[in-house]
Design a protein around this ligand. Sequence first.
Ligand code: IPD
Ligand code: CA
Ligand code: CA
Length: 264
Amino acid sequence: MARSALLNVMVQAALKAGRSLSRDFGEVQNLQVSLKGPSDYVSQADRKAEEIILGELSRARPTYGVLAEESGEEKGTDGQHRWIVDPLDGTTNFLHGIPLFAVSIALERQGEIVAGVVYNPAMDELFTAERGNGAFVNDRRMRVAGRRTLTDCVIGTGVPHLGRGQHGKYLIELRHVMGEVAGIRRMGAAALDLAYVAAGRLDGFWEESLSPWDLAAGILMIREAGGFVSDRDGGGRMFEKQNIVAGNERIHKELMSVLKRPAN
Ligand code: IPD
Ligand code: CA
Ligand code: CA
């Protein structure tokens, strides 16, 4: 598997931030028992990971713009390129000692995602994709799962939490989907969920209220692994609509139609 120089920069940044997160994850588990809890520590780990990533990326391409969860948007002098970064996706898992979290880095060129990296340091799994060059987990090529009926499928989702999303609407969707599928998973790290769809581990995925840094790298991975992604209206405006539905061509279509069902 040949990686471009740009993808290599992204991989090195993700691995370096991943090493920092791994060290901090070990410490979080010690802090769980303390009265104050580890949340301040986790925010620091999150910010530190972002600094490492942005440091590596800007050293390699100082003119590119950046959209990063912790530090926000910074326009570059190069108007064509933008890095989209989530230094720690799955913060709640990280905080609770659950090893399902990831670094997510994507590169956008003229509004199109052209490269993506999702790295789960706890499992040392590196998911990568470049437009036109396929998607890989470590060195293995990824393909979306080939299941053809929802009854055989395991579908990932994100449950809206306190103060976020429309809980009533979500419960209706969940009721409809759970009546059609083999299983539903809520893993707690959207970037990783999308990588798992690309890897064929999840047959499909849907979630609302997501940000570009949750979505960007995973969208490219699913496309490069032969899958389909859209917003809830079937278009390609996932960033603006802040939602996503994913799967292979058939499962994506079936999931879309189940999600559109009226309440009763
Ligand atoms: C969150 C995770 C989670 C999703 C949330 C995201 P964060 O990202 O991806 O799975 O349900 O909506 O905000 O805050 O851990 O980076
Ligand atoms: Ca996130
Ligand atoms: Ca985050």
